[in-house]
Structures are given as C-alpha cells and as structure tokens.
Design a protein. Structure first.
Length: 140
C-alpha cells in the first residue's frame, strides 16, 4: 500500500513543475512602458504623490518638495522624445519633451528632460519594479 502523503507530495511537486514550465518569463524591458506611461500620466494630471511612487526613495523627497507644493505649475504635455535601453535591459534613459506653464502666466515653456530608470528586482520569483533613479530636473 502506498502512503497517501507521498502521493500528495508527488502530485503537488509535478503540478508545481508543470506550472513553472508553462509560465512565461517576462523580461524587465517588456513591462517598462507601463511604468513610464503611468508616471507621465500622473505628472500631466498633477498627481505628484502618485508620480513619486515611481521614483527611488533617494530622489523621491526632493521631487515631492519641489512639485507637491507648487500649485502654480500646469503640465500640458510630457511626450517621449527618445528611449535608450542599457545594461542588458535593466536601465533605461528616457528623454521627454515637457510642455508646461506657471500661473499666472499663460506662456507655454518647453524643456527637454532626461530621466534614468533602473529595474529593481526584489526576488527572482517575484516581478521587480522600474524606479526613476535620477533627480527630476529643476524647472526655470
């Protein structure tokens, strides 16, 4: 007679191996666009708290200090100008064209902004996250 616990163990083991074999492994560059788009959207919507969640904690406070209290800043557009992938797809440099104005002026200003993103992997079996590793440039 076969021990039930051994049968369960073998069944669970084979099920786990089957699931792992069928799972597709996403490379970090494949889910970078979603992070970049969410950051851009939150910046356009003036959701600085939400945008700051995409920043590494070493630069997050500086971003919030400069932007969260700035009620006069209005972002019109934040389009991608160029993207450069580096370090085997774990670092991305993105150039954006930022269009904005500062109240009470209605004059639109354009700035070319360079942002570096890095992929942070917490655990090999869990997906990591893309975080901005550089300070957001000071606006004139």
């Amino acid at each position: 007679m076969v021990n039930r616990s051994v049968v369960r163990f073998v069944a669970v083991w084979f099920t786990t191996l089957s699931l792992l074999a069928c799972a597709t492994v996403m490379r970090p560059v494949e889910f970078f666009p979603a992070s970049n788009e969410d950051f851009s959207r939150r910046l356009r919507w003036l959701d600085y708290q939400g945008a700051a969640q995409h920043m590494d904690e070493t630069v997050r406070d500086d971003f919030l200090d400069r932007f969260a209290g700035n009620e006069d800043l209005r972002v019109i557009n934040f389009d991608i100008d160029r993207i450069e992938f580096r370090d085997d797809g774990r670092q991305v440099i993105v150039w954006h064209m930022l269009e904005y104005y500062m109240l009470p002026s209605a004059t639109v200003k354009k700035e070319r902004i360079r942002i570096e993103w890095e992929f942070h992997e917490e655990h090999k079996l869990l997906p990591g996250s893309w975080l901005i590793s550089t300070e957001f440039p000071q606006l004139p």
